[in-house]
Design a protein around this ligand. Structure first.
Ligand code: NIG
Ligand code: FE
Length: 415
């Protein structure tokens, strides 16, 4: 059996027992660490780890490959549980419109935003979409991401939604990291249904969804439940239809308003409710006594210049929080999880330990890959990264804007 030993690890972080699904509330601030550590990989999986003084000479002797971490830290790869990384074109012209004073919602209402992306994607061949998405996947793996969720939602017609989901399926087939697919037909109302949005909801449920289900094109169902997009009632219809064909909800909620999205998600046992910029006491009360994870996307608040989600209130209520990039062309054109972690600390006052847990083990749980990714645990995939020599993991959010990676290891091999 092929074994690899990584040694000279300054800090091995994110160690968890195999039965840990999420870390919540006060426990989020506990990031288990071994100082001066080694880690053994066998057949692409984490096989063992310990501190330098124990057993190391013997292990080094028996290894097929030895990687000297040179006093870098080793961490479980990021688990990015919310992205839209299949898209046809960037939208920097809308970025400039926002700099000139237009709001994200104004641009969307005038036919820009998601509708702009959908119009371009409709005329883009599937192979071209695959090629650009594969480049983005490659890019985020190089920045330390070891599992990712990807949504449809730039199709908005049956054919185009299926096309996007086929691209995600093809990415799954070629990807070295786990990918989860989410059907987001209800990302925006297609313009031809502008005067009758409920008829668009009918189309999502009656035309798009059956094929998505029959062909196994998605793992989850999503709705953009917010002011100007879909109402809680429409969301409820779509989630129920999705659940009837075995798709669990993972929804966009409360980005633009106190929209009722969080409550609808919780009512339907959503795996996660995502965004949550508009979250007050009622929303937090709904999240308590649920299994639903609050996924926060600080890069979106940063890029759109809107209020950040109240991470502290959510954590202090004892809840689990995940962090994700929301990588998409409109509201977060970056999949750099190091920056998401830095913003979580700088803007939402999460501690480095909390932010790292939220971007690893809790991110994995928010896309149900926690049995194979999200922590340093014997038996999980050896998806991890080795940093440059840095003083400690606290340096990661402190030195914002960088991805201080020396090596990315995917399934036990240097990527
Ligand atoms: O998660 N909020 C809804 N959807 C995306 C943005 C989509 C876009 O602008 O293209 C988001 O922020
Ligand atoms: Fe999103």
């Amino acid at each position: 059996m092929a074994t690899t030993i990584i040694h000279n690890i300054k800090q091995l972080i994110g160690i968890q027992d195999s039965n840990v699904r999420t870390v919540s509330g006060r426990n989020l601030a506990n990031l288990p660490v071994i100082e001066d550590a080694w880690l053994e990989i066998r057949e692409g999986k984490i096989n063992n780890f310990g501190s330098e003084r124990e057993r190391l000479p013997e292990l080094l002797n028996g290894a097929d490959e030895v990687i000297d971490a040179k006093h870098g830290i080793v961490a479980p790869a990021w688990c990015d549980s919310h992205t839209h990384l299949v898209f046809a074109k960037s939208r920097e012209e809308e970025f400039v419109m926002r700099l000139q004073g237009k709001s994200y919602e104004e641009i969307a209402a005038a036919g820009g935003g998601i509708l702009n992306s959908a119009a371009v994607l409709r005329n883009t061949p599937e192979d071209d979409l695959l090629e650009s998405a594969q480049q983005r996947l490659n890019e985020i793996i190089r920045m330390g991401t070891g599992a990712v969720e990807i949504k449809s939602g730039y199709g908005l017609t049956p054919e185009s939604e299926w096309k996007m989901l086929r691209v995600i399926r093809r990415l799954k087939e070629i990807s070295p990291i786990p990918i989860k697919a989410t059907f987001l037909g209800a990302h925006a109302v297609h313009p031809s249904f502008k005067s009758n949005p409920d008829a668009y909801v009918d189309q999502v449920i009656n035309d798009m969804l059956p094929v998505v289900a029959d062909e196994g094109l998605a793992d989850y169902i999503d709705v953009f439940c917010d002011r100007g997009f879909f109402t809680p009632e429409q969301t409820e219809r779509i989630l129920e239809a999705g659940q009837n064909v075995g798709l669990k909800p993972k929804i966009h909620a409360n980005e633009l308003d106190y929209s009722g999205g969080i409550q609808v998600g919780v009512k339907h046992n959503a795996v996660s409710v995502d965004h949550l910029e508009c979250t007050g006491n009622d929303e937090i009360a709904a999240l308590k006594n649920s299994q639903t994870i609050s996924t926060l996307l600080p890069q979106t608040a940063f890029f759109l210049n809107i209020d950040y989600p109240p991470a502290r209130n959510i954590i202090d209520a004892g809840l689990p929080v995940a962090l994700a990039s929301d990588y998409n062309p409109g509201s977060s054109p970056s999949g750099n999880m190091f920056f998401a972690v830095a913003l979580a600390c700088i803007q939402m006052k999460m501690l480095p330990e909390e932010a790292i847990n939220a971007a690893t083990i809790n991110g994995a749980a928010a896309m149900e890959t926690e049995n194979e990714t999200g922590s340093i645990t014997i038996g999980k995939r050896a998806n991890l990264w080795i940093s440059e020599p840095i003083p400690s993991y606290t340096f990661l959010p402190y030195s914002f804007g960088r991805a201080p990676i020396k090596h990315v290891i995917i399934n036990g091999s240097i990527y």
